[in-house]
Design a protein around this ligand. Structure first.
Ligand code: ATP
Length: 226
């Protein structure tokens, strides 16, 4: 069981007058889809980066699966961060982009192909597998970035506004898909976004972040879940 907890996390950047995160307490239960929404510069990326180990907290702690991972490197946390400005390898096909991290990790070829095929199927990328990033649309590239994280089967998936580049008709469907994946693949998922509207129905729990302070949102379906 890999819940994610942030306890009293504060991040101060030396050049800033106020903390980017201010005593944040956040609990994402195992397999739940939690969304943190907030305006620009409210601290969303910093929150995800601290959870993933890309940024160090000034104080407080990060827990994954009941273990204190504050001192662990990003690689040793079992969390995968999908950044807002992700980059695909332009010289590799969609399929190879998705498989890249698995090859590096030495995952067996049949297992690798199976994971890529499954992720492509659920994300509607099957037809694009042999194409290169410059041959697919912006929204498709965003889906590939999500698929690339999914195939790694992280215990915790952190996503920085993956809906921002999508067309309006894809936004709701993708938010719903992320929620479904979290529950079906048992991936504890924390996502940041600026607009709460498209995620309200899909998220288990919604929080708002304002000047580095976390406030409860209006979604809490946890009682409905087994
Ligand atoms: N490396 C850094 N050094 C100094 N200040 C930083 C650094 N990273 C973030 N900040 C500051 O911390 C605050 C929160 O930034 P953060 O990027 O976490 O917000 P955000 O909500 O993700 O914004 P956006 O929606 O624009 O990406 C901002 O005031 C930002 O300028």
């Amino acid at each position: 069981m890999a819940s994610l907890s942030l306890r009293q996390v504060t991040v101060r950047f030396p050049t800033a007058s106020e903390p980017a995160l201010d005593e944040v307490d956040l609990e994402v239960p195992h397999g739940h889809f939690t969304v943190v929404c907030g305006p620009e510069r409210s601290g969303k990326s910093t929150l995800l980066r601290v959870a993933g180990g890309q940024e160090e907290a000034s104080s407080g702690s990060v827990w994954i699966g009941g273990e204190d991972v504050t001192a662990r490197s990003a690689q040793d946390r079992g969390a995968v961060l999908v950044m807002q400005h992700y980059a695909l390898y332009p010289h590799l096909s969609v399929q190879e982009n998705m498989a890249f991290a698995l090859r590096v990790a030495g995952v067996a070829e049949t297992e690798l192909q199976e994971r890529v095929r499954y992720a492509a199927e659920v994300l509607g990328l099957t037809e694009a597998l042999d194409l290169h990033p410059d041959q697919i649309t912006g929204p498709q590239r965003q889906q590939v970035a999500l698929a690339r994280a999914m195939v790694r089967r992280p215990t915790v998936l952190l996503m920085d506004d993956p809906l921002v580049a999508l067309s309006p008709e894809l936004v709701d469907a993708t938010a719903e898909l992320i929620g479904t994946l979290a529950r079906h693949l048992d991936v504890t998922t924390l996502m940041a976004c600026t607009d709460p509207a498209p995620v309200r129905a899909a998220a288990d729990t919604l929080w708002t972040l304002d000047h580095g302070r976390l406030h409860p949102g209006t979604n809490d379906h946890r009682e409905d879940r087994p």
